[in-house]
Design a protein around this ligand. Structure first.
Ligand SMILES: [Zn+2]
Length: 251
C-alpha cells in the first residue's frame, strides 16, 4: 500500500488543491481527518461522503464506518452516523472520498477522550485498519490512499483550550501513515494523572438520577445513555451531559 499526504507540516493547503493532489497521485481512496467544534454540549463521531455517490463509495464507506464502531464503544463515544455533505474535498476528488469528524474538542469530555494520549494510539490504529479494510473492499489492497490532515498554517481549524485541530490531525495522520507502512502498533499509553475528580458522591448521584429522569422524558437518547453507561460516566462526562440536558430544557 502507498500512502500520500496532502501536507506533512504545518502549512496551508487550499481545499481544491487537496483534491487535485489526490487526483494527480491517482489515489484509490481519499480520507480527510477533522475535529469538530460547536457548543460546549455537542458531542459524537461522524463521517461524510458526497451526496451523490457511486456503489464503490457507498460500500467501502460502510466498511470504514463499521471498522470504527468498536473504538466508539470502547471510548463510549456517541455515533452521529453516516452523513453526506457538499464539501469541496469530497466533490473535487475522482476516487471514493470520506471526511471524518473524530469528535468535538469544544466538549470537555470529548476533548479528554480524543486529545488525551491514552486514546490517541487506539484511534490511530482503528483508522489505519479502517483504511486497509476500505481499500480491500475496493479491490485495491495494495493501492494508494491519500490521507488529508485538515486545515494547517494560517487556518488552525477548531481551537479549544489552546489546542488546535490542525496540529492534532497532522500528528494523527502522520501516525496513521506510520502504522500503514508497517510500524508496530504500541500499546495505548496510560495517562499518568489520576481521573479528574470534580464532584463528591452526592453530586454524582444527583446527576445520575437527573440523567435517568431526562432519559425517561425523552430529552436524552435512551439507546445511548443506558443504565450501565450512566453508572460508569466519569465526572467530566456527568457534568457535560448534565449541561446538555439543561441546555435542551432551556431551548
Ligand atoms: Zn476541520
Amino acid at each position: 500500500m502507498k500512502v500520500v499526504m496532502t501536507r506533512t507540516t504545518d502549512v496551508y493547503v487550499g481545499l481544491n488543491e487537496r483534491a487535485y493532489f489526490a487526483n494527480r497521485n491517482k489515489a484509490d481512496l481519499f480520507v480527510s481527518y477533522h475535529l469538530n467544534a460547536a457548543t460546549a454540549t455537542a458531542y459524537g463521531y461522524e463521517d461524510f461522503t458526497y451526496p451523490t455517490q457511486n456503489k464503490a463509495t457507498i460500500n467501502s464507506r460502510n466498511i470504514y464506518h463499521g471498522a470504527i464502531l468498536p473504538a466508539l464503544r470502547a471510548l463510549q463515544q456517541f455515533n452521529r452516523g453516516k452523513k453526506v455533505a457538499n464539501f469541496a474535498v469530497l466533490r473535487e476528488t475522482n476516487m471514493p472520498a470520506y471526511l471524518i469528524e473524530l469528535g468535538f474538542i469544544t466538549n470537555a469530555s470529548e476533548y479528554n477522550t480524543i486529545v488525551g494520549q491514552t486514546n490517541f494510539e487506539l484511534l490511530a490504529q482503528t483508522h489505519a485498519s479502517a483504511i486497509k479494510q476500505a481499500l480491500a473492499n475496493l479491490g485495491k489492497p495494495n493501492g494508494t490512499v491519500c490521507v488529508d490532515p485538515g486545515h494547517g498554517g494560517r487556518d488552525p481549524g477548531a481551537v479549544s483550550r489552546g489546542y488546535t485541530e490542525a496540529a492534532y490531525v497532522l500528528r494523527f495522520t502522520l501516525r496513521i501513515r506510520e502504522i500503514l507502512q508497517g510500524a508496530k502498533p504500541i500499546a495505548p499509553i496510560k495517562d499518568k494523572k489520576e481521573a479528574v475528580t470534580m464532584l463528591n458522591s452526592t453530586g454524582r448521584k444527583e446527576i445520575r438520577e437527573l440523567l435517568k429522569k431526562a432519559r425517561a422524558a425523552g430529552i436524552i437518547d435512551a439507546k445511548y445513555h443506558t443504565d450501565d453507561k450512566i453508572a460508569k460516566y466519569n465526572d467530566i462526562q456527568l457534568l457535560s451531559y448534565q449541561a446538555a440536558v439543561v441546555n435542551r430544557e432551556f431551548k
